[in-house]
Design a protein around this ligand. Sequence first.
Ligand code: CA
Length: 409
Amino acid sequence: MPGMSAAVTSWLDVPTDSPFPVQNLPYGVFSYDGEAPRVGVAIGDHLLDLAPLAAAAGLDGGHVFQAPTLNPFLALGRPAWSAVRSWLTELLTHTAQRALVEGHLLPACEVTMHLPFEVADYVDFYSSRHHAENVGRIFRPDSEPLSPNWPHMPLGYHGRAGTVVVSGTPIVRPSGQRKAPGEPAATYGPCLRLDIEAEVGFVVGASSRRGERVPTSAFREHVFGACLVNDWSARDIQAWEYVPLGPFLGKSFATSVSPWVLPLDALEAARVASPAQEPAVLDYLRDDGYGGLDLSLEVRCNGTVVSRPPFASMYWTPAQQLAHLTGNGASLRTGDLYASGTVSGPERTQRGSFLELSWNGAEPVTLDDGSTRTFLEDGDEVSISAWAPGADGSRIGFGSVTGRVFPAR
Ligand code: CA
């Protein structure tokens, strides 16, 4: 009997080390052979072309998959997300469906991936206690590492939605104004301390009405899924500009996201209790049970693994972040993206930025080719990937978000 105790498997041959077994089924937007971009789902080494498959199968509402973004599908809400996922699982696991599906599988290596969703608003949080404490110790060595408000709410800022780009997009070194503490005057020029931040992003599907809060208990109703985020950061520009209004041009030049968005349904087996929160949070931030996610991130620079940040160590949960960002009645729009903040664990090898890995340049990181890095050089390629426990004892992956640094213009 399928689904009784044995793991669900696909009739399609999925390599055992693939991040995309049938328990995953992440969504993205692709183009193939010069045709218009449209929605696809990753399965093993293949991509399932959803628009013609939905048409062939007579799936109600299947036209949403012809769109060049996931947004029309995201706007349908959780009942539709769940129904499509069940439909896809049935198609890919029942041999009787093979003839219908097979003609709509494309080799993943032959498609071009695009930005998966049109980003409405973009918010970036600061929810790793280890990261916040490291940054506090580096920039404010004479005061408490955490600001007094940090343990009371998930701090964040509004970023620039229009510069969110898909993995693989070249990252041109930004220029800007900076003034190091010892320098006599401010100068304008190419960033000297270009950095990454390894983060996890949450993608809003179902909108909310202005003036209405979204409680933690409504997290799954509004949030469709998760992707990987690299919040590229110009530390010299950031350090000079951030007082008193926070991150601005040191962040807004580019934010990279993975081409695949994993549905929350695929991440059910990855749910874990989040770390204990002390002091107790206010009622509107009480997480009614969604908790954290056991995601294992890996950061590579030019192929060398420089860090393995554990997402399960994050202090604030995605449901708390959502409740906080709507706590004033701000409404959600389909395509809103909110990122976790840099994921850093307690160990040195678990830090999600070069700022922390090199302790602001004092302790260079050695790469496999023998070269060292404090911050990024032109030509460097950074790739962030992540894995999670999936259903049936499987292991599912996010793929990766990759970007190469190009010289300032
Ligand atoms: Ca960030």
